[in-house]
Design a protein around this ligand. Structure first.
Ligand code: ARG
Ligand code: ZN
Length: 425
């Protein structure tokens, strides 16, 4: 989920004269003493106060909904922010006492046995750990090599830093198959997303012969890491980076655009910032970013007609459908709501997690330039943004032990969607 922050009317920051790509990570940002609080937004004035504190860089928004917002409070701001909230009588409580501690515990190394097992296979991917881009891409290539009759990998473009944008297709090549596109990792710090998408890939590729007809009658396209530069940056430098890493929009600390504000349908509307330092910076124009542009080109150049587009994010446990740009609904919103409820029910029955279903503008807040709105505008019927676990206990820093349960229940959700897609004419 993103910030509800209004674009502050600050001047565009001029380009400084630094080299195009920054020198290899000099340091890792330390979040020791930083906290995450859940703040009630029941009082109408709270959002303004939050925006104010955010513009003073005392806090950063982790997202929220109509009733509460999660904020990261910097260690040296704890007193001031406490005072500001108390003064306005705003209710809040501490979710994370020490963010760095959570980060340190999030992704423990594998034990000996698991490492040994891992080395006997042709790839390094597990769903017991969050993996670097290299492992994810290595896993995709391994599947293409191992199952050439059903799996293929295509590079649909390059990121700003030149990393490949790899799409893996699983298909038995039957005439009359439906098609579904799934992506993950649009936002760098949402690590559970690529982990879940690769889990789906693994399930379908490794077990295709024994999969259900609903799965076999679909041509599956997976782009697990839309934002590889950002993803690697969260592993090496700043665990909480959200945007891509396109340099030059502002000073070096303001690198990048929010890819989920950069898609070319109603670009530049509500809930997107024109200020490069914002975490929800929309970019300089629709599809100004190589990563979103590559997705747009892929859809433009394919003859495949997709029945569904799913984009996995975290966190909050929501199934969101268009429109996101404003409080408006597509003509078939009742179908989107009822199928969303089917998916949510399958998730709950399998793993127990509750997912709320609704339009993203209605349930969360308007935010223009999302990939979901753009996919819907292409005529893809079942278009959802899925906000995975959790609801704020760990937020973006969800321990790796949650990968399997979150992926398993969402695989059940995906099967429910596949069954609906199969029944379309
Ligand atoms: N958390 C996501 C974001 O803020 C939600 C996107 C929903 N879709 C939309 N078009 N607003 O990027
Ligand atoms: Zn996201």
């Amino acid at each position: 989920v993103a910030e509800e922050e209004k674009a502050p009317e600050e001047p565009e920051v001029p380009d400084d004269n630094n080299p195009k790509v920054l020198a290899e990570e000099v340091e890792r940002i330390d979040y020791s003493g930083a906290q995450v609080w859940k703040v009630s937004t029941k009082k109408s004035s709270t959002q303004r106060l939050i925006n104010q504190l955010a513009s003073e860089k005392l806090i950063a928004s982790w997202g929220g909904n109509h009733s509460a917002i999660d904020i990261l409070v910097k260690p040296n701001a704890l007193e001031n922010v406490t005072a500001a909230l108390k003064k306005k009588d705003v209710a809040y409580y501490v979710m994370i006492e020490d963010l760095q501690q959570r980060i340190n515990e999030e992704n423990p190394p594998l034990d000996e046995n698991e490492l040994e097992l891992q080395d006997r296979r042709g790839h390094r991917m597990t769903w017991k750990q969050y993996h670097r881009l290299e492992d994810i891409h290595g896993f995709m290539d391994y599947l293409a090599k191992t199952y050439p009759s059903i799996v293929s990998v295509n590079t649909i473009g390059k990121s700003y830093e030149g990393k490949e944008l790899k799409v893996l297709r699983i298909s038995d090549g039957k005439q009359g198959n439906k098609a579904v596109f799934i992506d993950g990792g649009i936002h760098a710090r949402e690590w559970i997303s690529p982990a879940v998408v690769t889990y789906f890939i693994n399930q379908f590729a490794e077990n295709f012969d024994v999969e259900s007809d609903d799965i076999k009658n679909i041509d599956w396209y997976f782009l697990p890491v839309v934002n590889p530069d950002g993803y690697e940056y969260t592993h090496k430098s700043d665990r909480l980076w959200r945007k891509n890493r396109k340099y030059g929009y502002g000073p070096s600390t303001c690198t990048g655009a929010d890819l989920n504000r950069n898609f070319g349908y109603r670009w530049g509307g509500k809930g997107a910032s024109s200020y490069p330092c914002s975490d929800i910076y929309r970019g300089s124009g629709p599809f100004s970013e190589p990563e979103s542009k590559a997705i747009s080109d892929f859809f433009k150049n394919t003859a495949t007609k997709f029945s569904a587009y799913l984009t996995y994010h975290s966190y909050g446990q929501y199934l969101l459908y268009p429109w996101g740009y404003d409080n408006a609904l597509p003509p078939d919103h009742k179908d989107l709501q009822s199928v969303g409820l089917l998916i949510a029910q399958a998730i709950r029955k399998t793993g127990g997690s509750e997912y709320k279903v609704g339009s993203s503008s209605g349930l969360l807040y308007p935010a223009a330039g999302g990939s979901d709105d753009w996919a819907k505008s292409l005529g893809i019927k079942y278009t959802y943004t899925i906000e995975l676990s959790d609801t704020g206990r760990y937020g973006f820093v969800l321990p790796a032990s949650y990968i399997e349960p979150v992926a398993r229940e969402n695989l059940a959700g995906l099967r429910a969607l596949a069954s609906v897609v199969n029944k379309l004419d």
